[in-house]
Structure formats: C-alpha cells, structure tokens
Design a protein around this ligand. Sequence first.
Ligand code: FAD
Length: 516
Amino acid sequence: SRPLILLTGDQLSHEMSSLRDAPREAVIALCEVAEEGRYVPHHPQKIALILAAMRHFAGELRAKGWRVHYSALDDPDNVQSLVGEAERLSALYECDEIRVTRPGEWRLWRTMQERRDADPPWRVIEDERFFTTPEDFAAWSRGRRALRLEPFYREMRRRTGLLMEAGGPAGGRWNYDADNRKPLPGQLEVPRPPRHRRDAITRAVLDQVAEHFGDHFGDLEGFHWPVTRRQAMVDLRHFLGHLLPHFGHYQDAISDDEPFLFHSRLSAALNLGLISPREVCDAAEAAYQDGLAPLNAVEGFIRQILGWREYVRGLYWTRMPDYKRANHLGTTRGLPAFYWTGETELRCLRRAIEMTRQNGYAHHIQRLMVTGNFALLCDVAPDALCDWYLAVYADACEWVELPNTLGMVLHADGGLMGSKPYCASGKYIDRMSDHCARCRFDPRQSLGEDACPFNSLYWRFLERHAERLSANPRMKPIYGTLARMSEARRAALRDQADAFLAGLATEPAYGRGPHR
Ligand code: FAD
C-alpha cells in the first residue's frame, strides 16, 4: 500500500502518529496553501515561523530517507487548499489512502472526517502529542455539573506522576499560585532571549513573507522564533537555566520595557510540534528535583502546560462547533481600531499592542488583563476579538486561542473556562505593572478628564451584567461595593464610561463570514 501522509504546518515532529508504522513507499506531503495563510491577516512573523519550520522539517524527513512532496506557496500546480492539495497529490502519486493526524482546527477536522469514504479514503488518526485525547476529556467531564481547571489538573498530576511524591503533591500542596503574584521590583534584570542563526532557508522565507504579507500588521525585523527542534531546545535550555527560577514570582507582572519577562516563549514551538509538552514538563520537574528552581515556579509552569493547555484543548474538541458561536454576554461592538495601530493614550494598551507588533508575542497577563480585559469592558463581540488574537500571535492556533479568548477573556461561554470574568479596573493594572506612572491617565481617579478609562468602564460592566454575575460567590464582594455606592456616583461613572465609548473608534462588528 502507498499512503499519502499529510503533515499540517503544526505537525512538525518525527513522533507524529500519522508517521508511525508508515511503509517506506509512503509519500509525505507538506503543503503551503494560501487558504490557510489568508483567512485572517496573520502576523508576518507567524507566517514566517510556520513556513520556515515546515521547510526545515521537510529537509529533516528527506535526510531520514522519506519520500517527501513539498508544495510551495508559488508552485503553479498548487490548488491552495489543504484538502484539495492532498487529494491532488494522492492522485499524482497513485496513493490508496490519505492519512493525517487530527488537525488543530475543527473546520479542517470535519472536512477530513467527511471524506472518510472518499476515493481514496481519508483516515484521521488521534494526535498523541498531548497528555490527553478529546475522548479522555469527554470521559472526565461527563456527569460533572461544572468544569473547573483545578480538579482536572489534579487528575492529570496523578495520572502522569508529575510533581507527585509518595502519592501526594510535591511539597504538600497542589497549587502555589498564592506565591506567584508579585508585582515588578524596582530594578529588574531580564536575560535576553537567544538569537537564532538565520540560515539560507529562513532568510528566503523572511524575504518571501516581506514581499507577500508585508501589508499585514506586524514587524518582521525582530524575528527570533526557533524554526527547528534544535533551536527550540536552545530556547528550552535558556528558559530552564535563566528564567524558570523566577517564573513563579513574576508570572503575573507586566513591564513597560520587557516584553518577555521570565516567560518561556515556548508556546509556538510546542504548538508546531518542535518540542513536546511531556519533555518540557519533565525538564522543569528535573530542575526542581536538582534544586535548580523552586517548587512554586516549577509547579506554576507545569500547571500552565499540564493543566491549562490540556484543559482548553479538551474544551475545544468537546464543545465545537457550538462553542465558536457562544456569546453569553450578548456583545456586539467591533474591535477598537487602535488594536491595529497602537495609537491610544492608554499606556498599557499601547505597549501591549506595540510589543505584539514587534514580536508576535505578548505574555499571558498582557493578553488577559490588558487587551482582553479592555475588550471585555467595552463589550467587543467574540468573533471580532477572536480573529484579532488568532492573527497577531505567533503561537496562535484555534484550539488554544478560541477557549482563551471567547471563554477566559470574554466569558462568552457562560463560565465553562473560568468561574468568573477576569474583569479588572485600572488599579489592578497599576498594582501589577509600571505602565501607569508613564500614562497620561490616573488609575486612582474614576471621574474627570484624567481618570483612567478602565475604572468607569469596570463599574459600567458590573452594573450592566449584574443580573448574570451578582449571584456568583466570587463576585459578591465587588457587587457589595457597587451596592453601597450612591446613585449619583453610579450615574456619573456611567456617563463617564458612555462618553468614552462614544468616542472610541471601532471596526464594524461582523458575524462569522462564510470563509470560517
Ligand atoms: P509561559 O508563560 O512560559 O507558559 C508556559 C506554557 O504554558 C506556554 O508556552 C503555553 O504552552 C502554556 N500555557 C500558558 N497559559 C496557557 C493558557 N491559558 N492556555 C493554554 N496554554 C497555556 N496560547 C497559545 O499557545 N496559542 C494561542 O493562540 C493563545 N491565545 C491566547 C489568547 C488569549 C486571549 C489569552 C488570554 C491567552 C492565549 N494563549 C494562547 C495562552 C497564553 O497566553 C500563551 O500560551 C502564552 O502567553 C505563551 O507564552 P509563553 O510560551 O512565554 O508562556
């Protein structure tokens, strides 16, 4: 038999389940297609990362003796859609089956599933790079009234044995988050990320992307992503040696100058398959066992990968396609126009967007508590915000972007991802960052010209959604504060917020187009 094995751009690992037991006659296809590159205006660094990683990986497969067909973006025969191109190649090489590991998007997965009985048939195999499968997650969630990360995470710790000692959690506690909320210290030395050598393949990709996608939001100059497994391992070692020991304490901090702080920057390499979540977690655990990093840091880091990353993936695969249409708070506003320019007087937003443009990266708290929180407080529609996050981050894949944006940020899934919305006022941003001292607005003021807009927007948001949120036990204290406020002050805050929103330029809101 001769299967055509399709590897998508985020399946760049020699361990892919689709490659297992493949006969030597198999043809491995990697396809660059315009359909995937253009449905949102991806950041040029994201496009360059994926193309460079794909081209390097094709070379590695050839070096191992595989027969590889690489469809380049500008091949004249390229039909420019992933499914179409795989079928063209399977006919060309007279293959009797198209084999693929579960792709990272429900839309593609469904199309492939629907072609199970086509000629030649498609066979979709489970992705084994994760700690769980969608089926495991469905089994875990069955019969639970509410889904929460914490019980899932504990179950995952038990199942994998990560940070377990004598049947219990290492150090006696499951979660060291309480130690991980330090604001930035006055003086902070953050080690520089590794600069990877750009070989001829990477340079050619960067030139091509500059030419074809130079009009998209995002700079290419700062491109620093690992495009091979070897480079990803350099980043992992850098993280373990220099950043992990401080990861915990400053996990929630935001800096006006330092885009990466002590974060690993490993998400893109993980999502593309250059490194595996298991090896990253094992390496972090070993750093703890060898006394090189404290438990609060290692536990906090492992929770992100073993907990959150698996949890959002489980939600995605078990709740799609309805998940994508969820809009619990019924919001309709378009994306603030400055999300594409950074031109705003709000310093925290300006810096988060500038860093995003420069690096194709913002760390979790910038995404959640700055750009995300602002969009939540301004009633931005889920589809408008999701498309932005999917476009602007180098690590963005729908299975992880969607639950984070729609669920965690916008509470649009009604509380599946998080028990309460992560809404916060300017005071939170002031506590966790050094932006406010450089901002024209004052986070201690809620009314008047100099008041930080986050403040009145925050109260407006709470008032607007009181019916839905005030009974939530975690929201009770803040609703208590709101209840004690005089009606005059509430009205003034409402007017202040409404005036701000009236002046906010936004893109037109839109429903999901037919291309999605
Ligand atoms: P670190 O802080 O070093 O964390 C380590 C790893 O944990 C990350 O590499 C990532 O693999 C995992 N992780 C951490 N938080 C999460 C989370 N909430 N969900 C899933 N995995 C997590 N992550 C993506 O990989 N792709 C996305 O498209 C994406 N979109 C997001 C959109 C929004 C609105 C928000 C709030 C978060 C999003 N995240 C996404 C999650 C998270 O912000 C990024 O994984 C993280 O910032 C990547 O940087 P890092 O590798 O330095 O992470």
